[in-house]
Design a protein around this ligand. Structure first.
Ligand SMILES: [Mn+2]
Length: 324
């Protein structure tokens, strides 16, 4: 049984005002199917759970956006990036959708899609919170991967491995049609970025994390301290006076719990550790936006149900659902 959360959010005018954006986009990586995740999450009852169990007033345009009209027929590689114009156009459009909700004071839930879409969701949140409250957001990035490659450090060229670099201004591009649209008010500070669950980091990324002093809690840290202590440290680093955007990649969970994802890595979070992270962030009252990305129901079809269920559970926990 669930009951509506009562915690009043610190940075939102209403507890129950939620904007949902469903992003059926897979162009930040090579595997088809991740675009089907929003519909799979919704069909499993997510919106009804938000409305009926958690008492949210959900604003949703009723469609999974594919942005097909924005995808150019010809999209050659640029600085090694694959499908750069498509990802740029989609994330720009998404940043405006998220901004639209966030500027009205709504909590914004973005369902992906691959993790490249965080360029849009976080960019939109960062801009709206700056305008509305004059504050910089913090980002908690829960993921097996750091997704902080620049186009030059990336081996694959897949942009879902680069969103943090573009958001933090570590990667920049002049061309308007290839992320040149990203302005300072959409960017985030590396000082207010915290990673949890890392275990598959590229060499170039390790260097970037070290050089920028970015706070990161790997699976090693979780093994050493336990998830409770890690959450205390992560939230302590951010402080109690900063709005938080939580970007949750389902591949942070161990493939035992979330097998249907494009770049699964063994040795990950348990189902409860994933929920616990979301519960702890919810308890701060500082959460203003959430992404749930990289569920791919087409991969490991047997595990798709479990993966979707895990995704719904993380979303509910982040939105204030509690065990008791
Ligand atoms: Mn990711």
């Amino acid at each position: 049984m669930t009951s509506a959360p009562t915690l009043q959010p610190k940075f939102l005018p209403r507890r129950d005002d939620l904007g949902l954006v469903a992003v059926g986009f897979s162009g930040g990586q090579c595997k088809a199917g991740v675009d089907a995740a929003p519909m799979a999450l919704i069909e499993s009852g997510l919106i009804d759970q938000l409305k009926n169990d958690l008492d949210f007033d959900v604003t949703y345009d009723g469609q999974v956006h594919s942005y097909s009209e924005m995808i150019p027929a010809d999209d050659p590689d640029h600085r090694g990036m694959k499908k750069p114009r498509a990802v740029s156009a989609v994330t720009k459009a998404l940043s405006e959708q998220v901004y639209e909700h966030a500027s009205k004071g709504r909590f914004v839930l973005t369902l992906g899609g691959d993790h490249s879409i965080a360029i849009g969701s976080i960019g939109g949140t960062a801009k709206a919170i700056r305008e509305r409250l004059g504050r910089e957001i913090a980002v908690i990035w829960v993921d097996a991967h750091a997704d902080i490659n620049t186009p030059e450090t990336s081996d694959s060229g897949n942009i879902h491995g680069m969103p943090v670099a573009f958001l933090a201004g570590l990667a920049k591009e002049e061309r308007e049609d290839i992320f040149g649209w990203i302005q300072d008010d959409q960017r985030i500070s590396t000082k207010k970025l915290v990673y949890i669950g890392l275990r598959d980091i590229d060499r170039g990324e390790k260097k970037i994390l070290k050089e920028n002093g970015i706070r990161a809690f790997s699976m090693h840290d979780i093994d050493r301290h336990g998830i409770g202590r890690v959450m205390d440290m992560a939230l302590g680093w951010i402080g109690t006076d900063t709005p938080i955007h939580l970007s949750f990649d389902i591949d942070a969970l161990d493939p035992q719990w979330a097998p249907s994802t494009g770049t699964a890595v063994r040795g990950g979070l348990t189902l409860r550790e994933g929920d616990f992270i979301a519960e702890c962030v919810a308890e701060t009252g500082s959460l203003v936006a959430l992404d749930l990305v990289e569920v791919n129901p087409a991969l490991d079809e047997e595990g798709a149900y479990e993966t979707i269920r895990a995704g719904c559970s993380i979303i509910r926990c982040a939105l204030g659902d509690t065990l008791l």
